[in-house]
Design a protein around this ligand. Structure first.
Ligand code: CUA
Length: 167
């Protein structure tokens, strides 16, 4: 079998890049410990309330220590349940001071959702049966939109909220 010179070059290039990317993935996964945000921690998606962090009264923002906050959220099509405010209205905005360390804990009752706080490095996939956690330091003040970035159905575009970081 005769292979044309350019054919050989592109064959080597293609297989080489495949090997290179597999090495990068292997390095990130096994040496650096990079893995999905769910950390293999499971939860019953039909009964998320059974988990302490996702009981209705524990949803939303809580200050756990000086400058340290925790936000518990239950996602479902097509809403982020962040608890109720003093007037019994659904919370749509999370307010934290600049420089706060915020641990986001989120799970879903139904399908896969996304949880991205645009303009920050908070970006998680939320899978049914798993708890996604990410701790972030809110370095910049302003209003940041929470968006679902996994297509979850007809009301996907209606899934949003706000993180307000004040000075
Ligand atoms: Cu939830 Cu898209």
């Amino acid at each position: 079998m005769h292979l044309h010179k350019y054919e050989k070059i592109w064959l080597v290039f293609g297989m080489g890049s495949l090997a290179l990317f597999l090495i990068i993935i292997g390095f990130a996964a096994f040496w650096k410990g990079t893995h999905p945000q769910s950390h293999i921690e499971t939860i019953d998606p039909n009964n998320v309330e059974a988990h302490e962090e996702f009981k209705p009264e524990n949803l939303g923002l809580r200050e756990v220590a000086d400058g340290k906050y925790k936000v518990n959220i239950v996602a479902s099509a097509f809403n982020y349940d962040m608890g109720k405010d003093a007037e019994d209205k659904a919370v749509r905005t999370i307010r934290v001071p600049k420089g706060a360390t915020v641990l986001f804990q989120i799970t879903t009752r139904d399908v896969v959702h996304g949880f991205q706080v645009a303009g920050t490095n908070v970006n998680m996939m939320v899978e049914p049966g798993h708890i996604s956690r990410f701790e972030a330091v809110m370095k910049n003040s302003g209003e940041f939109t929470i968006v679902c970035n996994e297509y979850c159905g007809i009301g996907h575009h209606q899934m949003f909220g706000t993180v307000e970081v004040y000075e």
